[in-house]
Design a binder for this molecule. Structure first.
Ligand SMILES: Cc1cc2nc3c(=O)[nH]c(=O)nc-3n(C[C@H](O)[C@H](O)[C@H](O)COP(=O)(O)OP(=O)(O)OC[C@H]3O[C@@H](n4cnc5c(N)ncnc54)[C@H](O)[C@@H]3O)c2cc1C
Length: 425
């Protein structure tokens, strides 16, 4: 390869939305000699098949602030880079289809108000005005966030890559990382199938493949690829324009508009971990076969809340894998190998978070700490028990199956028990 860089200040591995955002923010903060390495094309991992919903509300103030930063960035990316990521600020609804959920939503409104997020508690009637195809039976109320929306996953990745390249970052596509050389527990170089790049800093942003990359430096990451399903309908006659996105967690489902039709998916109770013996080497720009049996309970929830979907023509049932962790939060931060950083396993909210992840990682690498307290995402939160794939798998499946549940303080896990039985007495 001509112009192959043999030296870099930092090498980012992975050309998904995460890696591109990290390269963009490192460049924005003034770093040069940034090289991003992608084994196939940009966005060809989990990013291209994302549903693109951007919801800011998380259960933690810092994580919410991180996604709020993403939204601020997505609004301005077109003007800044000249590449339109098709950000649609249509707002979002979250329904309470149970009294317990309504209580949770009221608490979230109080939390959101404490740091200025314009989340409003609204009546079922007002929710139905915003989302007229909704059947209001059993809805106790809702929250509405006018600044949420959705974005084109490939568009936002390309916009971030353009912003990084405009500031001098180099992007090497069709370049596969084969190994990482270490000396005295420090990163020395990244070896690719096109040549070696000397560097002291590597950021592993390889999504569901991040575990494979980490193994190159003998680090185990608790990541399980999980197959996530959503339906894409053909245009639906008379579907109202500019619908907000909507989530009905009690029925395990979410929706957004897509060129006059709907995208609708969810988190089923019987989730499907995948590729447990390794992800095929050529799994780029690929999907898993549709799984209608697994989608059936979600379809019931969708039809119950939006009966119009029962007779909509189906374009496809998309089944795509994504890296999940045992607590459905990311793996970010430094590792025990000096210079080896991780930003991966975005648990089906990586599109929403990518802007904030890029900023946090760039600050962490350059200044030593991110602006926000990200302990909830710091990979050091996992103990050595998570080096067992069986343990990690059991916990991850449980978390995915309960993703949309109301979670209470002191909630106990049921999976992977008894792990360490003790005889007392
Ligand atoms: C079906 C589905 C729906 C989703 N919907 C949403 C949503 O609505 N909202 C939301 O916020 N998120 C959503 N997500 C999640 C979001 O798409 C992901 O979190 C995000 O795209 C992950 O980005 P990434 O950069 O971490 O990984 P990826 O996009 O997977 O990028 C990692 C890259 O690393 C590269 N790589 C791997 N190994 C090597 C190697 N050895 N050398 C070089 N390169 C390598 C891969 O080729 C890949 O391109 C969804 C995910 C799925 C699967």
């Amino acid at each position: 390869m001509t112009d192959f860089p043999t030296h870099a200040r930092v090498v980012v591995i992975g050309g998904g939305v995460g890696g591109c955002s990290i390269a963009y923010h490192l460049a924005l903060m003034g770093w040069r000699e940034i090289v991003l390495v992608e084994r196939s094309e940009l966005t060809s991992g989990s990013t291209f098949h994302s549903a693109g919903l951007v919801g800011q509300l998380r259960t933690d103030v810092n994580l919410t602030k991180m996604i709020r930063y993403s939204v601020d960035l997505y609004r301005r990316l077109k003007d800044e880079t000249g590449y339109d990521p098709n950000w649609r600020e249509v707002g979002s609804l979250r329904l309470a289809s149970s009294p317990e959920r309504l209580e949770e939503l009221k608490r979230q409104v109080a939390l959101a108000r404490s740091f200025g997020l314009p989340l409003e508690l609204i009546s079922t009637q007002d929710a139905q005005k915003l989302f007229p195809i909704m059947n209001p039976d059993g809805v106790c109320g809702a929250v509405y966030l006018p600044t949420d929306g959705y974005i084109d996953p490939s568009g936002v990745t390309q916009a971030l890559a353009t912003g990084a390249k405009n500031r001098g970052a180099k992007f090497l596509t069709n370049t596969r990382v084969q190994s990482i050389a270490i000396k005295n527990n420090r990163v020395q170089s990244v070896v690719t199938d096109q040549g070696a790049i000397e560097t002291e800093i590597v950021v592993n942003a390889a999504g569901q493949w991040a575990g494979e990359i980490a193994k190159m430096v003998e680090i185990y990451l608790p990541i399980i690829p999980m197959a996530h399903l959503y339906l894409i309908t053909r245009p639906i006659k008379d579907l109202p324009k500019n619908l907000p996105t909507m989530r009905d967690p009690d029925n395990l489902v979410y929706w957004r508009e897509e060129v006059g039709g709907l995208i609708a998916g969810g988190y089923e109770r019987q989730p499907a971990p995948t590729f447990l013996d390794g992800i095929p080497q050529d799994f780029n720009n690929k999907l898993l076969p549709p799984d209608w049996d697994r989608f059936a309970p979600l379809m019931d929830g969708l039809i119950k809340r939006t009966p119009i979907i029962e007779h909509a023509q189906v374009n496809m049932l998309l089944n795509g894998p994504e890296g999940f962790t045992p607590d459905a939060e990311f793996l970010l931060g430094p590792t025990t190998v000096k210079g080896f950083w991780v930003a991966a396993a975005f648990c089906a909210h990586g599109l929403a978070s990518a802007g904030g992840i890029g900023k946090a990682m760039a600050e962490w690498i350059i200044e030593g700490h991110p602006e926000w307290n990200l302990w909830r995402l710091d990979l050091r939160r996992f103990g050595s028990n998570y080096s067992s794939q069986a343990y990690t798998l059991a916990r991850t499946v449980e978390t995915y199956a309960k993703y949309y549940d109301v979670h209470y303080p002191y909630e106990e896990r049921e999976s992977a028990r008894p792990f360490r039985p003790r005889i007392i007495g």
